[in-house]
Design a protein around this ligand. Structure first.
Ligand code: FEO
Ligand code: CA
Ligand code: CA
Ligand code: CA
Length: 667
């Protein structure tokens, strides 16, 4: 979900953007950041400003402070495309020479018997056969028997949450200039539950364009009511038993699936993130789960499901929250498979779980816990990946070691094991078993002294250069006395990216090195302390990194969540970020979203010729279903993307990006 930085944060201003505005759609005419900075500030002032904000990080990330001269002298970026002009309007925009085609929208029928989308007559039954709301993670899994694996596969897509004010007609009233949403009825709640979860859809490229295969046996909707199994250390725990499930191992549904992953054996990972919002009610005084739920912000009562379903009401079903906050694994090749909540990977507000095979064949999953001052984790399987026998891998995620990261001031990282009986993780401290450790992962990590981070989002291993990229989206609550090298800015409104090099290039290692690749934000505003290379143009800087992808060439692409156009003059989008050589920390804008949206799920086909992105919550923040003439948060801007019809609401959608005439993206 978007958290807009306060407009006044960090003394932010947009005057520079207005002044520097060049001719639209003429990327080559854009001055680089170095040139703009040279006009506005002396080099000395820039360094003084950046260093004053982040003296320590600058000492561990020297490459980020390239001079314009040195970058130009050597400066080959790995990306060759004409940049998109940063800005804000009702549409999406991709770099010149590329097509951005809407592939799947909220409500699109996924089965031969699925009804066409009718926004005024929506029902839970229709929704459960249609593409869900707020697409987030996108994965591409080639079909095993595909003639061309890069042109025929399964698209797996998370549907993180629902925006009722944009989904349902007639439920918003403007009271004293503020939008009020009518209370839900059961029908609306059932639609919301059916719009959550995930989609598995067979797609293929025909004459250069991607299309859905509607009669595919693989197509599937997973929702907040799909039957699932809990496996691993927490399965069967007393703390997971409910009135409906005395085994403590069967649960209905998954919620708030933010990012995720695709495993080396081709399963689909859905990460349960902000599950606290689905619970209402109160625990009995002195209930044993009180501290557990407080640490996670349960209940938050964002949704009204608990008014109609007891399991979402703590006063009626106190253990249900322990059955959410997990990493879910789905076998997309069997539409009847039971999704598994893999408890060995811990229970947090999981952003995602991207994975890679280590040198010795064990599989390593990187996990961000997206909350201010929470942690980065990794999980290393006990068993090894079997490339010749898919079935042999199907329970790899039930055994292994979960670690949490400590980023030391000297640029080393230590992965601390969360293992029952080791160190402080004992019965005296409230951990009677490994089940207790995975159920209260944050508490265990607190005890080990892990590093409190600025909202860890996607954590992505790069198989080409052997490093790992950690998106830290922002943390405006970090005070000056909480600044430390891995989180180098107080009032961090724009986030940063950390690069990890595991010891000996071994992803399973328990130590390594780290440095800040990039402090985000507008580099022309010295007090922000951004560290993009000076080759970066005024379109190329970004804030609030959220998801990222590594293409087959090992290049980093970063999508963002939270650019407030009123503050930054730009929407969210997808930026290509150099990580190598003198071009390191140079960033270029490749794609931007319509007003109100964030961008999720970048993922490439194996040939790098197709890129899928998820445009999430377009129009949010100002519009409702009937925005005509209503005051918008964005004042004069609202959108009905992608249909642009008065009787069709704005719709989240997955977009397929290809190069006109074919070829690799951004190469
Ligand atoms: Fe759902 Fe961490 O973003
Ligand atoms: Ca997000
Ligand atoms: Ca996210
Ligand atoms: Ca990713």
């Amino acid at each position: 979900m978007t958290e807009h930085p306060p407009v006044a944060a960090s003394g932010f201003r947009t005057s520079l953007l207005e002044e520097a505005d060049g001719p639209a759609h003429n990327p080559t005419a854009n001055p680089t950041m170095g040139e703009i900075i040279a006009i506005r500030f002396s080099r000395r002032d820039l360094l003084k400003g950046a260093l004053a904000v982040s003296a320590i990080s600058a000492t561990v990330a020297p490459a980020a402070l390239l001079t314009a001269e040195s970058a130009r002298a050597a400066g080959a970026s790995a990306f060759t495309f004409g940049e998109v002009e940063a800005g804000v309007d009702e549409n999406h925009h991709v770099a010149t020479g590329y097509d951005a085609d809407v592939l799947l929208r909220w409500g699109d029928p996924l089965f031969p018997d699925a009804p066409e989308f009718d926004p005024t007559e929506q029902s839970a039954e229709s929704q459960s056969k249609q593409f869900g709301y707020n697409n987030d993670f996108v994965g591409y899994i080639p079909l095993p028997d595909a003639a061309n694996p890069a042109e025929h596969g399964l698209l797996v897509v998370n549907h993180e949450y629902t925006n009722e004010h944009l989904m349902f007609p007639g439920i918003v009233t403007i009271v004293e200039g503020k939008a009020e949403v009518a209370p839900a009825d059961k029908n609306r709640v059932d639609i919301e539950m059916a719009a959550h979860g995930g989609t598995i859809a067979e797609i293929r490229k025909v004459d250069g364009k991607w299309q859905l295969v509607k009669d595919s046996p693989y197509n599937r909707r997973i929702t907040a009511t799909t039957e699932m199994e809990i496996t691993g250390p927490a399965a069967g725990s007393e703390r997971l038993k409910t009135g409906a499930d005395q085994t403590g191992s069967k649960v209905l549904g998954t919620v708030n699936n933010c990012a995720g992953g695709v495993t080396p054996w081709g399963t689909y990972i859905m990460a349960e993130e902000n599950f606290h919002g689905y619970f209402i009610g109160e625990l009995q005084a002195g209930h044993k789960e009180t501290a557990n739920y407080e640490r996670l912000g349960v209940p938050d009562a964002t949704y009204e499901w608990g008014r109609f379903y007891d399991r979402f009401d703590l006063s009626k079903e106190p253990n249900e929250p322990n059955r959410f906050g997990w990493i879910v694994e789905v076998d997309p090749l069997d539409a009847n498979s039971v999704p598994k909540k893999r408890s060995a990977l811990g229970r947090t507000k999981h952003e995602g779980a991207e994975s890679i095979v280590s040198k010795d064949g064990r599989v390593v999953f990187y996990l961000g816990d997206d909350e201010r001052f929470d942690y980065v984790y990794k999980f290393v399987t006990a068993g090894t990946f079997n490339a010749n026998d898919r079935a042999a891998n199907m329970n790899l995620l039930d055994e292994g070691t979960l670690y949490v990261a400590r980023f030391a001031a000297d640029g080393t990282i230590e992965w601390l094991p969360l293992v029952h009986g080791e160190g402080q993780l004992t019965a005296e401290n409230g951990f009677a078993s490994q089940a207790d450790i995975v159920i209260e992962t944050r508490k265990a990590a607190d005890l080990l002294g892990a590093t409190k981070m600025d909202r860890p989002e996607d954590v992505q291993p790069n198989p080409v250069n052997g490093r790992v990229y950690v998106m830290l989206t922002n943390n405006t609550k970090r005070q000056a006395d909480q600044v430390e090298p891995a989180n180098p800015r107080a009032d961090n409104a724009f986030g940063h990216i950390i690069e990890i090099a595991e010891a000996d290039g071994d992803f399973a290692a328990t130590s390594g090195k780290w440095e800040v690749l990039l402090q985000c934000g507008d580099p022309s505003v010295a007090e922000v302390g951004a560290t993009f290379s000076t080759e970066t143009t005024r379109n190329g800087w970004f804030g609030m990194p959220d998801n990222c992808a590594i293409d087959a060439a090992g290049r980093l692409w970063v999508s963002t969540d939270g650019n407030n156009p009123k503050a930054t003059g730009r929407t969210d989008g997808l930026w290509a970020v150099d990580t190598e050589g003198d071009a390191r920390a140079t960033s270029k804008l490749f794609y931007r979203v319509p007003v109100g949206a964030e961008l999720c799920g970048p993922t490439f086909t194996p040939d790098d010729q197709s890129l899928f992105v998820a445009v999430q919550h377009p129009g949010d923040g100002g519009d409702d279903w009937e925005p005509f003439g209503r005051p918008s948060y964005y004042e004069d801007l609202s959108t009905r993307w992608p249909d642009f019809k008065d009787d069709v609401p704005v719709r989240p959608a997955v977009v397929a990006i290809t190069r006109q005439g074919g070829g690799k993206i951004g190469a």
